[in-house]
Design a protein around this ligand. Sequence first.
Ligand code: ZN
Ligand code: ZN
Length: 255
Amino acid sequence: MATITSATVKRLFARCQNRCAFPSCEAPIIEDSDTVTGDICHIKAASLGGPRYDAGQTDEARHGAANLILLCTRHHRIVDADIDKYTTSVLIEMKRKHEEGGVVEITPRTARAAESLLSRYAEVTVYSNTGQIAVNSPGAVQANTLTLKVSKQRVIFTAPSGSVGSDQAKTSYIAYLIGRYQEFQKGHTSKTDRFKYIAIHAALKREFKGEWKLLSVDRFGEVVKFLHRRIDNTLVGRKNKSKGIVSFHLFSEHS
Ligand SMILES: [Zn+2]
Ligand SMILES: [Zn+2]
C-alpha cells in the first residue's frame, strides 16, 4: 500500500518556505529549535470518513505531493473541521498560491526537518478481522470518528500527534499485545470464549473511555499494563505463568 514517502515530504517542504499554506498565516512548520509545529494534511482525506475523502482516488495519488498541503496545527484543524468552506478546490488553490514562491534548496537541515515532519505524521495500518474498526482523521478527532463494518480489510488510521497512535513503536507493541491476547484466546471454541476473543477491543475502549490510539502517549504504560494483565489471565497465560514461561516480550525488547 502506498504511503507518504520521505521524498514526497522533502519536496513539499522545499516548496512551502517553512510557512503554513493558509493565506496570511505566518506560522512556521518547523521552529528554529527544530521542533515540528506544522502538520501534513491530506487535501482529499487519507481514509474513508476523513475530510474530503475521494473513494475514486488511487493510493498513490492520495499520498502524493499534489494531494498534500503543509499547515500549522491550528489551520489544519480549521480546514478539516469545515469541509463546506474548505473544499478540495479551495485547498488546491491555497496550495498552488503558496507554492508560487518557488523551490528552496534542500539542505541537510531541511531534509532533517522533513524527516521529523514525516515521523510526526504517523500512519498506522490496522488489520482487523473482528469487524470493528475506527477510522480517524487528524485534527478533527471529534468530528470524524466512525465505525465501519469490515472483514479482513486494511484501513489506514491516521492518529493526531502526541497520541499513542502517532508513535509507531508504541502502536506496534500494543498491536502485538492485542494479537497475543487473541492468539491465546483463539484455542477456545466455546461461545463465551469466542466472545472474549472479539471483546478485547471493546474492553480497551471501555477501560480507556475511547480509542487507545487517541490517548496521550503518557498513558501508554496504562494500556500496556491492562493488556499484560489480560494476557496473564487467559487460560494459556495462567498455564505459562505457573510454568514460569513469559507470555509476551516487553516493550524494551520490541522491535
Ligand atoms: Zn488534514
Ligand atoms: Zn496556519
